[in-house]
Design a binder for this molecule. Structure first.
Ligand SMILES: [Cu+2]
Length: 60
């Protein structure tokens, strides 16, 4: 999945509660740098049924 940040602030996608490779887990400042406005990041892992069931947006 490719994140293209069109927000005015830095962001990531965190796959909360889903087993993905650590480097793909999307915790800014811990497992990756936040994606700056206008930047992008490609998350690479095999999507499981578990992941598809849990996908939902959280805006903080
Ligand atoms: Cu989490």
């Amino acid at each position: 999945m490719r994140l293209v940040n069109r927000l005015p602030v830095a962001t990531t996608v965190h796959w909360h509660g889903v087993r993905v490779p650590n480097a793909q887990d999307g915790v800014a400042g811990l497992t990756q740098d936040a994606v700056a406005p206008g930047g992008s990041f490609t998350y690479e892992f095999v999507a499981s049924v578990e992941l598809v069931r849990r996908m939902r947006p959280d805006v903080m």
